[in-house]
Ligand binder design. Structure first.
Ligand code: HEC
Length: 335
């Protein structure tokens, strides 16, 4: 046919097939011309054909015959690399075990399918076990040293006791101290009140009464006193302190930094955090942060900074007003 020898033609066809993934990568995968699944399939087919082509060149063009006993592990390792690294998306271990099981069967069939192939496969093993020449002897020694060695290492590894991390039983809200010292002033947690929880008349606002300010716009010109404090607390949250980096724009604990920490920053929108706490407890937590957590809360590696080092007492009380207002929760009271 066109005076081209059969072998050359076969080479060309295989070469074209090998070039397929490269071309499709350049023209498709990289530019999104074909979808990722098809692209992966083409790569896969190309690789298998490429491997067959390579084997064919090694055998027929270069005249090298790889012994059956070597072919089997090579095929096995190639299959493993293919399933483990090349195949996309990555497959779970159970599937990998199944695929490798099938590969083992296929390779066994391939090695034992004819009497000749079985002899080619088992011949070297029998020779290693039986023959008397030095080469066989040396490989006999090597095998019987290496094999038990590997098994011993494996046994040692499985028997070696493993020390995992202990399960952390955390007390999320440990008992607070009776009083704390913030900026040289003693704050008794049982009796202290948030000085910025004030109504229009400047009087202390009973917990629950602030609901009339919920949903109000703290940025309009004529804002009630309480909403002014909320606004200033917001400035602390988003500006001065930048609590939102950890606790999130929506106070849901999903700030851009939050994913780096364990324990994760508290989610104030969850009824399990500030909604469960007295304002003074929150004041203690904000002022003293992670470093002041009691033994009970061990082993915490809390990233919560001790804000007394960066904020004034007033700023801390205001940011607390803001957090409750924003989430719509009321602090717990002593009564
Ligand atoms: C570096 C990240 C980070 C920043 C910034 C940060 N926090 Fe925290 N915060 C945490 C983490 C982590 C926790 C959870 C662990 C803990 O309770 O100590 C937490 C816990 C808290 C708690 C305790 C909630 C509870 O249920 O016990 C409060 C209140 C709090 N933060 C308020 C604030 C305020 C107010 C600011 C800004 C002035 C702020 N945080 C800034 C990381 C941060």
């Amino acid at each position: 046919m066109f005076n081209i020898r059969k072998k050359t033609m076969l080479t060309q066809v295989l070469f074209l097939l090998l070039a397929l993934p490269v071309v499709s990568w350049a023209g498709g995968g990289a530019t999104g011309f074909i979808d990722a699944g098809t692209f992966a399939l083409v790569i896969e087919v190309g690789l298998v054909l490429g491997a067959i082509f390579l084997g064919w060149i090694v055998k027929h063009k270069m005249g090298i015959t790889i012994p059956k006993l070597l072919q089997a592990p090579i095929l096995y390792i190639l299959a493993y690399i293919n399933f483990r690294v090349i195949l996309q998306p990555p497959i779970p271990f159970s599937l990998l075990a199944m695929y490798m099981g099938v590969c083992t069967l296929v390779i066994l069939c391939y090695c034992t399918i004819t009497t000749e192939s079985w002899e080619a496969f088992s011949g070297p093993i029998a020779s290693m076990l039986r023959d008397d020449h030095t080469k066989a002897k040396m490989s006999r020694y090597a095998t019987f040293l290496i094999l038990p060695g590997l098994i011993a290492a494996q046994t040692y590894n499985t028997m070696l006791p493993k020390f995992g991390e202990p399960i952390e039983l955390r007390t999320v809200h440990p008992a607070p101290p009776a009083s704390i010292n913030v900026h040289k002033k003693l704050v008794t947690l049982q009796t202290a009140e948030n000085p910025f929880r004030v109504g229009d008349d400047g009087e202390y606002l009973k917990v629950g009464d602030e609901s009339k300010y919920f949903g109000g716009n703290s940025w309009t010109g004529d804002v009630p006193r309480f909403l002014q404090e909320v606004r200033e607390g917001g400035v602390v949250f988003f500006g001065t302190a930048g609590c939102f980096f950890c606790h999130g724009d929506n106070l849901d604990g999903r700030g851009p930094f939050s994913f780096a920490f364990n324990p994760i920053p508290a989610n104030f929108a969850d009824p399990g955090t500030i909604a469960q706490l007295q304002e003074t407890f929150v004041f203690w937590r904000v002022a003293k942060g992670g470093p002041d957590l009691s033994r009970e809360a061990f082993p915490w590696a809390s990233a919560m900074p001790p804000w007394e080092k960066h904020l004034t007492t007033n700023e801390i009380w205001k940011v607390i007003v803001f957090e409750y207002w924003h989430t719509g929760f009321f602090p717990r009271t002593w009564g």
